[in-house]
Design a binder for this molecule. Structure first.
Ligand SMILES: [Cu+2]
Length: 193
C-alpha cells in the first residue's frame, strides 16, 4: 500500500465519520420526546437538566423529622410605615435543615400587618405586586408561585407565629413582607449554605 492510497482511504474514512457525526447531530437536534429517545444516555441526562428544577421540586412542607432544626427569632418592628422593619437584615440557614422562625409582630398600630415570604433573588418587588393583586381575600398570597418558595399568613399587630419549613436548596434568596406598601422597608437576604 503506497502513501497515496493510504491518504485516499483516510479521506474516505473521515468522510464516513463526518456523515455519522452529522446524522447523530440531526437526531440530537430533533424536538420532542422521540428525539430524546434517539440520543445517547449522556445527551438525555443533559436534556433533562433544567436550571429551574432545583426550586421547582422544592416543597417547604416536606419536612424531614430527622433533620437538624435551625431556630430564628424574627421581629417585625415599628409603628409606622416610615420606621417599620424586620429585626434582621439577613437570615442564614443550613441546607437540609428544618427552619423554625418565631415571627413576632411587635407593632401596635392597626396598619402594621405583616407576613413573611421567601422568594427567588431579585423577585421581591414582583412578589409584592402579585400579593397586592391577590388582595386581602387571598391573604396577599399570589396564585402564581413560580418565584415564591414560602408564604406565611398575615400577622396582626401583637400577633406571633411559629413558621416551620424545610430549608430551600443551597442559594441566596430574599425574604420580604408583601403587605401592601411594605416590601421596600421590610426585606432581607435569606441564605441557604
Ligand atoms: Cu409588613
Amino acid at each position: 500500500m503506497n502513501t497515496k492510497t493510504n491518504a485516499k482511504q483516510q479521506t474516505k474514512i473521515f468522510s464516513l465519520l463526518l456523515i455519522a457525526a452529522t446524522t447523530s447531530l440531526i437526531f440530537s437536534c430533533g424536538s420532542g420526546d422521540n428525539a430524546t429517545k434517539e440520543t445517547s444516555a449522556d445527551t438525555v441526562a443533559t436534556d433533562s437538566y433544567k436550571p429551574e428544577s432545583a426550586t421547582a421540586v422544592y416543597d417547604a412542607a416536606k419536612i424531614d423529622a430527622n433533620a437538624p432544626v435551625m431556630e430564628v427569632k424574627l421581629d417585625a418592628l415599628g409603628n409606622s410605615m416610615d420606621v417599620m422593619s424586620f429585626s434582621m437584615p439577613e437570615i442564614r440557614v443550613k441546607a437540609g435543615s428544618t427552619v423554625k422562625i418565631y415571627l413576632n409582630n411587635t407593632s401596635k398600630d392597626a396598619a402594621m400587618k405583616h407576613n413573611f415570604f421567601i422568594v427567588k433573588n431579585g423577585t421581591m418587588e414582583d412578589a409584592a405586586n402579585a400579593a397586592l393583586t391577590a388582595g386581602s381575600d387571598k391573604n396577599y398570597i399570589p396564585d402564581d408561585k413560580t418565584n415564591i418558595l414560602y408564604t406565611s399568613k398575615i400577622l396582626d399587630p401583637g400577633q406571633s407565629e411559629e413558621l416551620v419549613f424545610a430549608a430551600p436548596p443551597v442559594g441566596e434568596y430574599q425574604f420580604v413582607c408583601t403587605y401592601p406598601g411594605h416590601w421596600q422597608k421590610m426585606n432581607g437576604k435569606f441564605i441557604v449554605e
